[in-house]
Unconditional design. Structure first.
Length: 470
């Protein structure tokens, strides 16, 4: 009956997977969305109109064959859908969980006009999770291995995307990371309530089964010289991310009790995964009045981690209004539900306190003219200063590129803001100014998204294959 109904969307509304109730999810770090049941995934997938020119597919940065796998799911063909998902995406189970779908695939769905977009992200997650549980594994039986080996520096989504395409084309990737686990920010930045860590552990098993080699706890430039890597391998891919925390540039940022967002999140992950080297590294906000500064994904993750640690109150101050926040709308809504209080149109001007932080001085802002990115600039309202009392402040103003000191010696060019220059449109896609070295992800585009890092890693692998004449 379902298969004959092309107007399913008229009878069946958009339904997201159920969420764990707020009182429970505030107390633990488990993922908040429950999995789809087979029936609801099929019903939801069948809402797709199979548009002739699917905008969702164009808007998705890896150009997933969305209507095609939705059709397979509506027919109950999980294994076929998993094969198709992996043709374009290295980590569908991750993207299904953490992509800001409202700005990407689902934001472009034709059904947004009054009916509610197809739940593309949740179905992508359902396909991968269900297929893995049923024993699906990538089929590499047709791959003929060559004698080429490529070093991949960084086991984040860019490095993993690159390694995936290399191994499927017979090139052995050896992936180095300074952290003890693969995933980059997927493991050490993004909290478990968005992406549980067993997801990456299973993915590591799958990658190792495909023949990828991981050398972890190994920092290039410290434990192994970059020159040695360059010498040993036929080509190198750098997917090392951006790790310079942006500062506010106001008084009081160095007071005890003021923390950068990422070390805070990493300290929580390290404690929970048992990677903590020193007890004193753990930043515990239990019972504290916390103020988070910023409005992106990192700020939301700090807000919600502080809630789960048992903070007394969590306020999030952001200098624009809610409509102009850079983070995913879904995550802002989740943060609100969990008790985060938002202070929109507030710009911090100082952190105050004698021996440690006591509060944040903010001024009110109004939105003025649009800036070069089309987002309206905040303009300060004179005489609107106020102080938000705080025992701890988390600064989540984003990240700036962090070029390595060995770039110059190896003739790797960076642009004015420190991003590695590796253009997409050239003979060898994502090649740097050193022909043997390719790069992609946050270190090339500036901090962005998981799915764009995957895309660039995969594309760079195509560039490497061309460069190696394979
Ligand atoms: P990374 O993920 O940063 O990986 C780089 C890896 O390189 C790291 O593992 C690092 O240890 C390793 N490395 C660096 N230097 C060396 C060296 N010298 N030797 C060995 N290894 C090295 N994006 C989304 O799409 N959705 C979200 O919900 C989301 N939430 C986020 C939340 C937080 C808190 C943060 C910080 C980011 C979030 N992002 C999100 C952004 C996303 O995580 C990044 O854009 C993405 O991970 C970039 O991938 P990458 O592979 O370029 O770099
Ligand atoms: Fe949507 Fe991200 Fe999946 Fe693309 S990868 S279909 S943008 S959830």
């Amino acid at each position: 009956e379902r298969l004959n109904n092309n107007f399913q969307f008229l009878d069946v509304g958009r339904e997201d997977p159920e969420k764990v109730r707020v009182s429970k999810r505030k107390k633990d770090f488990a993922e908040i969305y429950k999995p789809f049941e087979d029936d609801s995934a099929q019903d939801q997938a069948h809402r797709c109109l199979e548009c002739g020119n699917p905008y969702c597919e164009w808007k998705c940065p890896v150009h997933n064959y969305i209507p095609n796998w939705l059709k397979l799911i509506s027919e109950g063909n999980i294994m076929g859908a998993a094969d198709l998902c992996h043709e374009t995406n290295t980590l569908p189970e991750v993207c299904g969980r953490v992509c800001p779908q409202d700005r990407l695939c689902e934001g472009a769905c034709t059904l947004n006009d009054g009916f509610g977009a197809v739940t593309i992200g949740s179905i992508e997650k359902y396909i991968a999770d269900t297929a893995f549980a049923l024993g699906w594994r990538p089929d590499l039986s047709n791959v003929v291995m060559t004698d080429k080996r490529v070093a991949v520096i960084g086991a984040g989504p860019a490095g993993l995307g690159c390694a995936d395409i290399l191994i499927r084309n017979g090139v052995k990737p050896v992936v180095f990371d300074r952290y003890p686990e693969i995933g980059g920010l997927l493991t050490f930045g993004i909290p478990e309530f968005k992406l549980e860590k067993n997801v990456m552990a299973l993915r590591r098993e799958i990658f190792e089964g495909m023949g990828m080699e991981f050398r972890l706890d190994t920092e290039i430039g410290k434990d192994i010289a970059f020159a040695d890597i360059l010498e040993e391998f036929d080509a190198v891919f750098m997917g090392m991310g951006t790790y310079n925390f942006m500062k506010g540039g106001f008084a009081g940022e160095d007071l005890p009790g003021v923390y950068d967002a990422l070390p805070y999140l990493v300290s929580n992950v390290n404690r929970r995964l048992g990677f903590e080297k020193n007890n004193a590294d753990f930043i515990d906000l239990k019972g504290k009045r916390v103020v988070v500064l910023g409005g992106g994904d990192t700020a939301m993750d700090c807000n919600r981690t502080a809630i789960r640690q048992g903070a007394k109150t969590v306020h999030c101050a952001y200098r624009r209004d809610q409509a102009n926040m850079p983070g995913s709308r879904r995550e802002v809504a989740n943060a609100k539900e969990e008790g985060v209080k938002f202070l929109f149109n507030r710009q911090p001007v100082a952190i105050i306190g004698e021996d440690r932080v006591e509060g944040v001085k903010v001024v009110k802002t109004q939105l003025g003219e649009p800036d070069e990115n089309g987002r309206r600039r905040p303009v300060v309202v004179p005489g609107s200063e106020e102080i938000i009392p705080a025992d701890a402040v988390l600064i989540a103003f984003g990240f700036r590129p962090s070029p390595a000191e060995w770039f110059d010696e190896h003739k790797i060019s960076v642009d004015d803001s420190g991003r590695v220059v590796a253009p997409e449109k050239q003979q060898y896609i994502f090649q740097t100014s050193n022909p043997k070295i390719f790069s992609g992800g946050d270190m090339v585009r500036g901090s962005d998204l998981v799915v764009t890092a995957i895309w660039e890693g995969r594309q760079a692998a195509e560039g490497i294959l061309d460069y190696l004449e394979l």
